[in-house]
Design a protein around this ligand. Structure first.
Ligand SMILES: Cc1cc2nc3c(=O)[nH]c(=O)nc-3n(C[C@H](O)[C@H](O)[C@H](O)COP(=O)(O)OP(=O)(O)OC[C@H]3O[C@@H](n4cnc5c(N)ncnc54)[C@H](O)[C@@H]3O)c2cc1C
Length: 140
């Protein structure tokens, strides 16, 4: 359980609309934010992970769900036209296509500095999961 007065105190000099919202809160919850270092593997045989299961991140870049959705799009592309014998290879291809990006977002998000200074955000928002080059196809 959180302390609503502690929360209101932390926002005491924010815009009145923010303070009105907090004044209307009867109670608040407090929960830990837990992330992980980038994982070495997401897949084993015909099993793979996506989203928070393999790259949980702090919410400071608001990208956790976005990464999960991108994963889903890329995974569907990797599985397209693949029969059951090719599933393990498709999962490895999915992982190889996605890991560099999700790791970068994970590690940046944890610094809690995103957009605090002028920066080109295109590497985050300009990614096109439907057209991103897939990693070289691996043998199953
Ligand atoms: C405070 C906060 C703010 C955030 N803000 C943003 C934001 O602005 N933008 C953004 O992109 N992301 C944001 N995120 C991150 C986002 O919520 C997560 O990254 C996203 O929900 C991950 O999706 P997922 O499908 O991987 O996992 P989840 O959403 O956790 O889905 C996993 C599902 O599996 C279910 N489940 C678990 N165990 C089992 C089981 N044994 N059997 C069956 N079902 C099971 C769970 O109930 C859950 O429904 C935020 C997160 C937090 C904590």
């Amino acid at each position: 359980m959180g302390d609503v007065n502690e929360l209101r105190k932390a926002f005491y000099d924010f815009h009145p609309e923010v303070r009105h919202v907090l004044a209307a809160c009867p109670s608040v919850h407090k929960c830990a934010l837990i992330d992980r270092n980038p994982q070495s593997h997401w897949s084993k045989g015909n099993i793979t992970l996506l989203g928070d299961a393999c790259h949980p991140m702090t919410p400071y870049m608001a990208q956790g769900a976005a990464m999960a959705i991108e994963d889903a799009a890329v995974l569907s592309r990797c599985l397209q036209g693949v029969d059951r014998n090719g599933v393990a290879g498709a999962f490895r291809r999915f992982e190889a296509t996605r890991k560099q990006r999700t790791s970068r977002v994970q590690l940046n998000s944890r610094t809690n500095t995103w957009l605090r200074e002028r920066t080109d955000p295109d590497w985050v928002y300009g990614y096109d999961a439907w057209n991103e080059l897939l990693a070289a196809c691996e043998a199953a």
